[in-house]
Design a protein around this ligand. Structure first.
Ligand code: ADP
Length: 488
């Protein structure tokens, strides 16, 4: 792949060619057809329906996956309810041992999980290998450690699990989101029914196989596949005590309506439109890397992506030039190639959504920048795109795009950037780049965002709570806070 010299010749000497470095798929095992994991067994769906899951990088079918209907949802919830008395009364350190075992098994099979994650979801293998899968294992390790220490986590309180948790996850971090949901729930003594997203069910189903292997008591974890209808049936099921949902704000609102007036507890982690703020005293080169990572990590399919860039006016020209230069060096292509920076867009539907926003940008008359190099013809790919001098009122600034699209705005003063950054219905994440600790602390308390990163972006750790303000949802996952959501 030939990398072009950028027109600014600022820094990046990229006159070399990368040899392809594809990760092998020979070691992975995928069945042609996957059933539902209920009560410790793989069962054919009573709905008798299956759907296909495809590789978004080449549009080839990877496997057929069961579509759980209402009866199947009933069976999964019953299996979880049946397992609850024994699981919740088991000595906590025994529960912890199962979680440790699941964590170790994920580590042992990390390579297989990474390849399947990239094939099913389109994310670069470097990311699934170095971030998604190790972090998923880390979440199980972390919550395994808490299982027998809940009384220290919540001193002077008698902690009790909630019961059966319905957990619905999105397609952007499939295994990692499964770990975020399952690990704290189990550590607290709950049983779960998990529904992965319809475009990325495979690593959750592999996790089901691994859970079977771990000897976890049957029914403690049930994994059912299907689309929004399956999710809605699970949310509405009367014997569910808790809903944990990560996904769009639109579906989050539907879920809230559906559980209004019931005793179901809920945590919702929804959309975002993160502000990434670069002050003139910031280390510029690091900040440029942070901007790139903030928006192009996982093709921008990240609810906490830094999709709104705010640059202090005095450094606008240099930051924009460096960004363009850096964009020229990004490799868009085969997710399984270890050189790839930006993989495939998760689905055709998502690609259309992103293209529609690119069109809106054009209609709004915005100046944009894309690298001219070609992208693969087959599969769903999108060139990373910058939009300059975007107004606060632009739809590109106000709406979540969930793709590799960055809007750039400028500011002069701290107060101005805080006002602009907070002027959004969302409040999930923000980043601040500055040399001054005092400035970072000032902003971190005044930005209405669940997470504020200083001189970094998109950093995740199981010990650190994560969650939103406003339309980005409520409740926290990760850290001690993540346990609280699964306890009475
Ligand atoms: P995204 O924008 O990430 O596709 P969605 O909110 O549509 O977000 O999907 C996230 C998860 O929610 C998926 O597992 C999806 O199947 C599920 N889902 C979609 N609609 C509903 C619904 N009405 N009730 C419950 N779950 C749903």
């Amino acid at each position: 792949m030939k990398q072009k010299q950028n027109s600014f010749s600022l820094k990046y000497d990229t006159e070399w060619e990368y040899a392809p470095a594809p990760e092998s798929t020979a070691h992975i095992e995928l069945k042609p057809k996957y059933d539902l994991f209920i009560g410790g067994k793989f069962l054919a769906p009573k709905s008798k329906k299956y759907f296909k899951t495809i590789n978004p990088a080449n549009e080839k079918v990877l496997a057929e996956v069961a579509e759980a209907g209402t009866e199947d949802v009933n069976d999964a919830v019953s299996a979880a309810r049946k397992a609850f008395p024994k699981w919740s009364s088991m000595p906590a350190k025994e529960r912890g041992k199962y979680l440790f075992r699941i964590a170790r098994l994920i580590q042992e099979r990390a390579r297989e999980f990474s390849v399947i994650e990239s094939m099913d979801g389109g994310k670069p293998i470097r990311e699934s290998r170095d971030i998604d899968i190790p972090l998923a294992a880390a979440h199980f390790f972390y919550y395994a450690g808490w299982a027998d220490k809940l009384e220290y986590a919540f001193p002077n309180r008698k902690v009790e699990p909630l019961g059966v948790a319905a957990q619905i996850i999105p397609w952007n971090f499939p295994l990692l989101m499964a770990a975020w949901k399952i690990a704290p729930a189990l550590a607290c003594g709950n049983c779960v029914v998990l529904k992965p997203a319809e475009t990325t069910p495979l690593t959750a189903l592999k996790l089901a196989e691994l859970i079977q292997e771990s000897g976890l008591p049957v029914g403690v974890v049930n994994i059912i596949t299907g689309d929004g209808k399956t999710g809605a049936a699970l949310v509405e099921h009367p014997d569910v005590d808790k809903i944990a949902f990560t996904g769009s704000t639109e579906v989050g609102k539907l879920i809230q309506k559906s559980i209004a007036g019931t005793n179901k507890k809920a945590t919702l982690e929804l959309g975002g439109k993160g502000a990434n703020i670069i002050f003139e005293d910031a280390p510029i080169d690091q900040a440029v890397e942070g901007i790139i990572n903030g928006i192009f990590f996982n093709q921008g399919h990240v609810c906490c992506a830094g999709s709104r860039l705010f640059v202090q006016e005095s450094i606008k020209t240099v930051v924009e030039q460096k960004l363009k230069a850096r964009l020229e060096t990004l490799i868009v292509g085969d997710p399984l190639d270890k050189n790839t920076d930006i993989g495939a867009i998760n689905s055709k539907q998502q690609l259309e959504t992103i293209k529609n926003y690119l069109k809106i940008g054009k209609e709004e008359g915005l100046e944009s920048f894309q690298v001219k190099s070609s992208i693969p013809k087959k599969g769903f790919f999108c060139q990373p795109t910058l939009f300059f001098d975007v107004a606060q009122s632009s739809r590109l600034v106000q709406e979540e795009i969930f793709g590799p699209v960055l809007t750039i705005q400028t500011f002069r003063t701290v107060d101005e950037v805080i006002e602009k950054a907070n002027n959004t219905p969302y409040g999930l994440s923000a980043g601040v780049w500055t040399d001054k600790g005092s400035k970072a602390f000032n902003l971190s308390s005044r930005l209405k965002a669940g997470v504020v990163w200083a001189n970094t972006f998109n950093k995740f750790d199981p010990t650190s709570p994560f969650g939103g303000y406003k339309e980005s949802g409520f409740g926290r996952e990760g850290g001690l806070h993540g346990l609280e959501a699964y306890l009475k």
